[in-house]
Design a protein around this ligand. Structure first.
Ligand SMILES: NC(=O)c1ccc[n+]([C@@H]2O[C@H](COP(=O)([O-])OP(=O)(O)OC[C@H]3O[C@@H](n4cnc5c(N)ncnc54)[C@H](OP(=O)(O)O)[C@@H]3O)[C@@H](O)[C@H]2O)c1
Length: 279
């Protein structure tokens, strides 16, 4: 029988993870079947005990369980503990071990697409302070030691994330208008908010006209492939990166934790664009 893998969360019907992992299982001749397991907020405890009993070998965790699951695991990796969220779980010897591959997934995408930015230890502005922002900002602060400033609609969350980043790098919390005024201080600007998804598809999260030439603009959203934020950055002549590399690398890192194989990522990005993200 094939080993069981999956994704828990709600809503998850739109997820590309089954397509990605089942493609890799086939490609590498590894026994595995990755399925969606919709789990509502109130059903998490029961779902985790069912997963243990069913000997599911590994699973991903998404909204709304990334933080709540920490207390239900037998062990949590140090980086996931610092981030305060888990997106990947490995079951081994009846123990559940939690990891967070989101932030490293973003960093690996940046390294592959724009290696010269990494070498220059850029000053970074992260827009947003939700779960994805925590993974990305803390990973970049820890890995690069460069300035990582945070701006967010809810100021208290920007202050808290900036304080956490401050353990590894310089970091300030800013309001949106402050960030817009001092945009020329950053070499990389990352939108981690959900602005850019429908119904906010035509709304860019901040004004970009103060940015210096060559500033890289990244968005964690990959569908649409170009949010209004990235379209505006491209119109002004800046390099841009959407969230597809992050999606594929966070998945590849999870696949490696489960199987020991780090799968090919460029072919996967092209496969997902062709099969699912043409619009
Ligand atoms: N590419 C990938 O692999 C990947 C992985 C994970 C997430 N993502 C994407 O990242 C985005 C955020 O996910 P998340 O898990 O971090 O969500 P989350 O925890 O709910 O955080 C949402 C963030 O967006 C901000 N926000 C939402 N609506 C806003 C509005 N109208 N005006 C200003 N700010 C607003 C929130 O600000 P407040 O704090 O003020 O509410 C918060 O900072 C989503 O689009 C998700 O699809 C992509």
């Amino acid at each position: 029988m094939e080993d069981k893998y999956g994704l828990i969360g709600a809503p998850i019907a739109h997820s590309l993870s089954p397509a990605m992992h089942n493609f890799w299982f086939e490609e590498y001749g590894i026994s595995g079947d990755y399925r969606l397991y919709p789990v509502e907020k109130c059903d998490l405890v029961q779902a985790v005990s069912r997963i243990k009993e069913a000997r599911v070998k590994g699973f991903n965790v998404t909204f709304p369980h990334k933080t709540a699951i920490l207390s239900l695991l037998d062990e949590v990796d140090e980086a996931a503990e610092v981030i305060g969220a888990v997106n990947t779980v490995v079951q081994t010897g009846g123990r559940l071990i939690g990891y967070n591959t989101d932030g490293i997934g973003f960093l690996k995408g940046l390294q592959r697409n724009f290696p010269s930015f990494i070498n220059k230890r850029p000053s970074i502005l992260v827009i947003g302070a939700g779960g994805a922002a925590r993974s990305v900002a803390l990973t970049l602060a820890r890995a690069m030691g460069a300035r990582v400033d945070i701006c967010n609609r809810t100021c208290s969350k920007a202050v808290a994330l900036s304080a956490a980043c401050g353990a590894y790098s310089d970091s300030d919390a800013l309001k949106f208008d402050q960030a817009e005024r001092q945009l020329d201080r950053y070499q990389v600007v990352i939108n981690t908010t959900s602005i850019g998804l429908n119904p906010d598809a035509d709304h860019s999260v901040i004004h970009l006209n103060r940015a210096l030439p060559g500033t890289l603009f990244a968005d964690l959203i990959y569908s649409p492939r170009r949010t209004a934020f990235l379209r505006e950055a491209e119109r002004l002549g800046h390099p841009v990166m959407n969230g597809l590399s992050m999606l594929v690398y966070q998945g590849a890192l999870a696949f490696q934790k489960w199987t020991g194989v780090f799968p090919e990522t460029v072919k996967m990005e092209n496969h997902l664009i062709k099969m699912y993200l043409m619009s």
